[in-house]
Write a protein that binds this ligand. Structure first.
Ligand SMILES: [Zn+2]
Length: 84
């Protein structure tokens, strides 16, 4: 005869591949002036390069795709590990 054995309901370890919808984009640059559209437009931020100094991002107009700005993020995510 078995003892009363409780089966645990295990939550899934990770809901991989699911991203929350409707979250805010980065707040540093949400709108920039687009010379083609002639007004401030919402922009797409895309990662161009990952440099030792920082990540290089480019901003593109959401409507026409014109590059309206770029920046280098020197947040120091790229650590150089020196071991002597
Ligand atoms: Zn535009």
């Amino acid at each position: 005869m078995k003892n009363g054995h409780v089966d645990f309901m295990r939550p899934p370890a990770a809901t991989a591949g699911r991203q929350p919808q409707g979250h805010f984009q980065d707040l540093d640059a949400t709108e920039l002036y687009c010379p083609k559209c002639g007004c401030a437009v919402p922009v797409n931020k895309s990662l161009l390069l990952v440099l030792p100094d920082g990540d290089r991002y480019e901003y593109q107009c959401k409507y026409c795709g014109t590059k309206v700005g770029d920046k280098t993020d020197c947040s120091g995510q790229f650590y150089r590990v020196l071991r002597g």
